[in-house]
Design a protein. Structure first.
Length: 206
C-alpha cells in the first residue's frame, strides 16, 4: 500500500468534493491524508465541512490581495507549510499562478469533457447549461493537471454520462457529479502510485 499522500484541498463552495475525498480516505480506498483545506470565501460551506471533519483549514480571500501573483504566493505558502505534496482543486473558482515547485502537482476536476465547455466563467450550472444548449448527447467530467489558465492543463482521465432528452441543468449536474465522485479519487490514486507522467504537454497513465 502506498504511503498516504499529503494533500491540500482548495474550495470555494459547499465542499461536496471534499466530503467525497474524505469519505474515500476514511474507507481506506484512497491512500491520502488531507493536511489542509483552503477556502477562497469565508461563507463557503466547505470550510464548515472541513471543521466538522477535524481538518486544518483557513480562509484566504483573493479580494484581500493586490493581484493574482500575490494571492497565489500566499496560498502556496500555506500549502507548503502544511506539507502538502498534491493540491486538489475542489470547486475552486480563483485563478492561481502555480509556482515551479508545484508544477504538475495541482489537479482539478471539471464538470464537462474538456476541451469543450471550459474556460473562464465555465463553472457550476454555467457548464451544464452550455452542454444542453449545444445539444450534446454525452457529457461527463475531466480530471486534469491545472496550469496558469482556466481548464487547459493536461488531462489525466475522463468519465462520461448520457445527456437525456428531458435533462435540466440540475439533473445533468447530479449525474455528472456521480462521475466526479468516481473519477477524482481514481486520478489521485494513480498519482499516488506514480503512474501519471506528463510529457509533451500531455498526461500519460501507465
Amino acid at each position: 500500500m502506498p504511503h498516504p499522500l499529503p494533500i491540500a484541498v482548495l474550495l470555494s463552495g459547499g465542499g461536496r468534493t471534499l466530503a467525497n475525498l474524505a469519505a474515500h480516505i476514511g474507507r481506506g480506498t484512497l491512500p491520502a491524508r488531507i493536511v489542509l483545506v483552503v477556502a477562497s470565501r469565508g461563507d463557503a460551506y466547505g470550510i464548515t465541512r472541513a471543521a466538522e471533519l477535524g481538518l486544518p483549514n483557513c480562509v484566504l480571500n483573493p479580494k484581500e490581495h493586490a493581484d493574482t501573483a500575490t494571492y497565489s504566493e500566499k496560498v502556496f505558502d500555506e500549502v507548503r507549510r502544511a506539507g502538502a505534496e498534491l493540491v486538489c482543486l475542489a470547486g475552486w473558482l480563483s485563478l492561481l499562478k502555480i509556482p515551479a515547485d508545484y508544477a504538475h502537482r495541482v489537479v482539478n476536476v471539471h464538470p464537462a469533457l474538456l476541451p469543450d465547455f471550459g474556460g473562464q466563467g465555465m463553472y457550476g450550472h454555467h457548464v451544464h447549461e452550455a452542454v444542453l444548449a449545444a445539444g450534446s448527447k454525452v457529457s461527463g467530467c475531466t480530471v486534469h493537471f491545472a496550469d496558469n489558465a482556466y481548464d487547459t492543463g493536461p488531462t489525466i482521465l475522463q468519465r462520461t454520462c448520457e445527456v437525456l432528452a428531458d435533462d435540466t441543468p440540475d439533473t445533468l449536474a447530479a449525474r455528472v457529479f456521480e462521475q466526479e465522485c468516481i473519477a477524482y479519487p481514481e486520478a489521485i490514486q494513480l498519482i499516488t502510485e506514480g503512474r501519471v507522467h506528463v510529457d509533451g504537454g500531455r498526461a500519460w497513465v501507465e
